[in-house]
Design a protein around this ligand. Structure first.
Ligand code: GLN
Ligand code: ZN
Length: 830
């Protein structure tokens, strides 16, 4: 059956036939998390932490070799980090903000360098010294630390940790390919230091940064590294300064790839790991071969208003780097290749590094074969689309049992065959690499097994639920629309009879140690369902009594029963699976376990209705039911890849629509559907954004449009900078939208007014991310700002976000001040 493909042209610089762009570093049992946290707690020393990390790194490289990557061809990535890969570059360059300058070493051996404790201090802050800001890494749920770079920030190659890790692996028998965030991306993601002059941009320091990278590359060459990987994902976004970035890429890679000479024969290593004497020529001007990786999207920007666009693949092709890695999953691989590729290797990222599904290997090979090597291309290799950082370690770490036959977290046995976590993906890459070098016949069995797995998933019960498909097919525009807003507002006011500037909260109240303990016992089976329900009801009653005492106008139940705002719904909807060990790093030592959305979504039973109805039974005040919206549920799960995201979102929307109908029937007059991830899923390229906004807003409207005019729909969006999505807020057509606003001093309110927004708006009046209790005056001032900027009749009063991470000591006085401030400003309105 499978015919063999001609083997690719011999790669002139010896890039391996297959590789992965990076591998999870937290450990399959979260060993690094535990070790790092023990070090923070002071129970272990830096030496002990280093030893644990070293063991983990060595176990990782050996594992990757066992899974089929070569031990001596640089196909194993060296992608370890104690906390974050962007922070690692800042640390390698000693580039820390001036407030952390005292942490830099001053001795002959550590001049300008952070020690481990200092490294973590930059990440986590200390006393009044705020840590580096943290923000989302491209379109993933990983968060990186934002370097602060000013004209005087030290930038020098001071820490050779990457080199030491290369040597450590090499001594253990594995020649790795060190992975480092590239110089252009590093600076493009940095922000200007506080003391930088106006108009200053971190990219102004490009030459200094590149000089430091050149030293790093020389050191790697001297240690015998045949390849280095520089990640430049900034090139897949639509940067406003594409012109400037083009120049930066040209300048950086001229200095690194052209001015430094490649190792003469990178395929064959120098025999010694150290001593420049072993390397022909002077260690001063040689470097490893360079792979530039561009994960998370395509290298071509969206066209501007004039139709012009930037093609960063063409720009990279003109440089002297030896290889370029493309993401073939987030975007289609390019149709035509630029002329300049010449002898370069293209690493085609056809295995999805960002999702958990097993691939159809034959289809992937077909894709790779569209890139014949020859005059315009030196070689092709197979890769992952992104680092495997975004997926859990190993499907085999899960337990499988038929639904209902075992206790604890088990997965439907069919999923074992359908899923590929990091280790399975390494295996897929190794198999494809063999097909490239030995022909398809050499791996015919693996190819057939992958085809069978994908086929069995396509046909499986639960993956397709006919009733769900029929319901979706029958939807009409009317299912996505509510009646006229003015009529709704009047009906709601009549029903709810709220004062001006109504006060409320975003939903969750502090998750106390008692709540967590009760849930832990219940999960282990040591607390009965009945006892758990009693414990949660007692908590709800306390939260209701507190809200009445505080004088809030719209009450919530406090969400004590929710472990997490997405996982909770995943556990109660069919079509989702929840893993036992599927941990993924979110930032630093924090890991999350995203649910897996594998099938058509249905709601076997009402989810929140009993809790909300119980809450309403305790008070005369209006109670707000609380749900997580379809976009956020998708954003924080691994989502099926066999149908458009919009179809999946509508299925979740329909399940929520039924839940809202049941809440309404139970007498709940207000329902909030949280969409904190609405902006997060926004595609990186402008050209892809309208289609996204269309389906994401549509799924929310589908969920919320089934209610009567008198039922009030709220939504909560977790941020304050809306930019491209400001129109979407209006599009959601919620009656009330709450947003973060305190830190930006209500900036969003005039922006919304100017955008023509006219429905209810609850700009957060205090920052819940800090334990600080805001004074009544502060809250009053912010609220006055809000009512000055927009019609006071549409303004609600609420904190920035949910209170689950706060303690009652902070929450109670903060809410007291909020209510007092609302009353004060209300009095001025009359
Ligand atoms: N209702 C959720 C809460 O209050 C909203 C959280 C969020 O937006 N991230 O916790
Ligand atoms: Zn929020």
């Amino acid at each position: 059956m499978a015919t063999s493909v001609p083997s690719p042209t011999q790669n002139p610089v010896g890039f391996p036939a297959g590789t992965v762009l990076g591998y999870p570093r937290i450990g399959r049992r979260r060993e690094l998390k535990k070790a790092v946290e023990a070090f923070w707690a002071g129970t272990t020393s830096a030496e002990e932490l280093e030893a644990t990390a070293r063991e983990l790194r060595l176990a990782t490289v050996r594992r990757l070799v066992d899974l089929g990557l070569g031990a001596d061809d640089a196909s194993v990535p060296g992608s370890f980090s104690y906390y974050d890969q962007v922070l690692d570059v800042a640390a390698a360059l000693g580039a820390v903000p001036s407030r952390f300058a005292p942490l830099l070493g001053t001795g002959p051996d550590d001049a300008g360098r952070l020690d481990l404790a200092g490294y973590f201090t930059v990440a986590r802050g200390q006393g009044d010294d705020a840590p580096l800001e943290m923000t989302k890494w491209f379109d993933t749920n990983y968060h990186y630390l934002v370097p602060e770079i000013g004209p005087d920030t030290p930038i020098r190659f001071v820490d050779d940790r990457v080199v030491r890790e290369f040597v450590e692996a090499k001594e253990a028998g594995v020649v790795t390919r060190p992975v480092v965030v590239g110089p252009v991306t590093f600076l493009a993601l940095s922000k200007a230091a506080d003391d930088a002059p106006a108009g200053y941009s971190p990219l102004d320091r490009l030459d200094d940064v590149v000089a430091a990278y050149a030293d790093l590359l020389r050191a790697l060459a001297a240690a015998g590294a045949p390849w280095v990987q520089l990640d430049e994902p900034i090139l897949v976004t639509d940067p406003a300064n594409a012109e400037e970035l083009t120049e930066a890429v040209e300048r950086a890679y001229r200095a690194l790839a052209t001015d430094l000479r490649p190792l003469p024969n990178p395929g064959s290593l120098p025999t010694e790991t150290s001593g420049s004497g072993e390397i022909p020529g002077s260690a001063e001007d040689v470097r490893p071969a360079i792979l530039v990786a561009a994960p998370y999207g395509r290298l071509e920007t969206s066209p501007g208003p004039d139709g012009r666009y930037h093609d960063f693949l063409a720009v990279l092709s003109e440089t002297d780097v030896e290889a370029i890695a493309l993401d073939g999953v987030a975007a289609d691989l390019p149709d035509g290749l630029p002329q300049g590729l010449g002898t370069k290797t293209l690493v085609l990222g056809v295995i999805d590094g960002h999702n958990v599904w097993r691939a159809d290997l034959a289809a992937k090979l077909d894709l790779i074969e569209q890139y014949p090597t020859g005059a315009h291309l030196g070689a092709v290799a197979v890769g992952t689309s992104t680092s495997l950082l975004h997926v859990p370690h190993d499907v085999e770490d899960e337990t499988f049992a038929e639904p209902g036959t075992a206790s604890g977290t088990t997965l439907d046995p069919r999923l074992r065959d359908w899923l590929a976590f990091a280790d399975q993906k390494v295996g897929e890459v190794a198999t494809l690499a063999r097909a490239l070098t030995e022909g398809r016949d050499a791996v015919a069995e693996e190819i057939e097994a992958s085809r069978a797995a994908v086929a069995s998933r396509a046909e499986a019960s639960g993956v397709v639920v006919p009733a769900v498909r029929e319901r979706a097919a029958a939807l009409t525009d009317a299912d996505f629309a509510r009646g006229d807003y003015a009529e709704r507002a009047a009906a709601q006011q009549e029903r709810l009879n709220l004062p001006p500037l109504p006060t409320t909260t975003i939903g969750s109240f502090p998750q106390t140690p008692e709540i967590r303990r009760a849930r832990a016992l219940w999960t282990k089976g040591e607390l009965s369902d009945a006892d758990y329900t009693v414990a949660m009801r007692e908590e709800i009653a306390r939260v209701v009594a507190l809200q009445e005492e505080l004088g809030l106008d719209v009450l919530v139940h406090g969400e004590p029963e929710r472990n997490d705002m997405v996982q909770y719904f995943a556990e109660h909807l069919d079509g989702f699976a929840v893993t036992a060990n599927g941990w993924v790093q979110s930032y630093g030592s924090r890991c999350v376990r995203p649910p897996i959305l594998w099938g058509d979504v249905t709601r076997p039973a009402p989810i929140t209705v009993e809790w909300s109805a119980y809450t309403a039974s305790l008070t005369e005040k209006p109670v707000k039911g609380m749900l997580t919206g379809p976009v956020t549920i998708l954003a924080w799960s691994f989502v099926r890849d066999d149908q458009p995201l919009g179809d999946t979102a509508n299925q979740v929307g329909l399940a929520l629509r039924d839940e809202i109908a049941d809440l309404e029937a139970a007498g709940i007059g207000i329902v909030q559907v949280d969409e904190p991830a609405l902006r997060e899923l926004l595609p990186l390229r402008r050209a892809d954004q309208p289609a996204y906004l269309d389906w994401s807003v549509g799924s929310f409207r589908l969920a919320t449009s089934g209610v009567e005019a008198a039922t009030q729909i709220h939504t909560h969006l977790c941020y304050s900078e809306f930019g491209e999505v400001i129109g979407a807020i209006d599009g959601l057509d919620a009656d009330v939208t709450s947003v973060e606003a305190a830190r930006s001093r209500m900036e969003i309110v005039p922006e919304l007014r100017d955008a023509g927004y006219s429905r209810g708006i609850g700009p957060g009046v205090y920052d819940i991310h800090s334990p600080r209790v805001p004074s009544t005056e502060e809250v009053t001032e912010l609220l006055e700002l809000a009512v000055k900027s927009i019609d006071p009749r549409v303004v609600w009063v609420n904190p920035d976000c949910g209170l689950k991470t706060r303690r009652y000591e902070e929450t109670v006085p903060s809410l007291e001040h909020l209510v007092t401030a609302a009353k004060a400003v209300r009095a001025t309105l009359a």
